[in-house]
Design a protein around this ligand. Sequence first.
Ligand code: FA5
Length: 340
Amino acid sequence: MQKELEHLRERAKEELKTLTEQADLEKIKIKYLGRKGELAEMMKKFKELAQAERPKIGALLNEVKIDIEKAFHEITKSFKSATVSSANFDVTLPGIKPERGNIHPVLQVQRELEDLFRSMGFKVLDGPEVESEFYNFEALNIPSWHPARESQDTFYVKGGASDNRLLLRTHTSPMQVRALQQYGVPLRAVVPGRVFRYEATDASHEHTFWQMEGLVVDKDISVSHLIATMKELLQGIFYREVEVRLRPGYFPFVEPGFELDIKCFICGGTGCSVCKQRGWVELLPCGLVHPKVLEAGGVDPKEYSGFAFGLGLSRLVMMRYKIDDIRLLLGGDLRFLKQF
Ligand code: FA5
């Protein structure tokens, strides 16, 4: 059996050495190392050997198996590197194009709006997403006991003082006071950004969404300035006549306050899940800045007045592109995002 094994080793190595087709590799593997292959046959014979012969032949059997496996391994490796490095590799083929991402639809619309407002002399500002209770509520005339706090519940963050906790801002309005404090008057500014609410989500409500705050403070600013600016904004975004309605709206930081709704673009006004069957989508709350807010920003309300608006940017994007579920915007689904 010793001779038989040595002969088997030589044959296998010779066969692997002279192999030219990679496809034959598997056949040889089965022939020698397979469950019914030659080595397995030897194993059967080994079991029939006398006890005294077993240690020597057993060791040889192992050695032969390892040798054949090694030879097999080496030839497989050489086939692989040959495939990549030599004749089979066509260097003139075009490479794999790296995928390029595209700008998120919200950011696209945001940038258009920024350009529009810059052309009207507005500053474009950025504000902190982690905000203090003072700027998010107190400075906007929403004290801790005020019911308006309930409609804007949010996520609180560790840190801050016990009487001025830190939170994820619920709207971009805190920047009204910050901007007045920093830049003084006269002031025209817009502040796009992400806001957060403790919200049960549905087709038109997200816990994380975008708004764009607008603020104009100067002498003799009135509701007519506000309406003219809102019209300019909507025309700049939709490039066509948009049906709007203005109704009274309550926000503690404006007086008077309005809700500007637009006719739902998804259903054309007949009612759908986005407009909650109303035919109108709440998009642009606005009003004249409350004297208390001007005071918090260090501005004398007897001398100056202003208007502010809080555009629901995510909803505007939905109307612009006829997106029927707000959750798609942050869903991260490339099939959706690649369309913009
Ligand atoms: C506010 O956030 C006020 N800060 C707006 C404001 C600014 C009023 C300045 C007056 C002066 P409201 O909670 O209504 O208001 O939100 C503003 C807009 O954000 C809504 O009209 C709507 O378009 C959008 N919005 C509100 N909640 C959500 C939500 N959960 N998901 C998506 N969009 C929302």
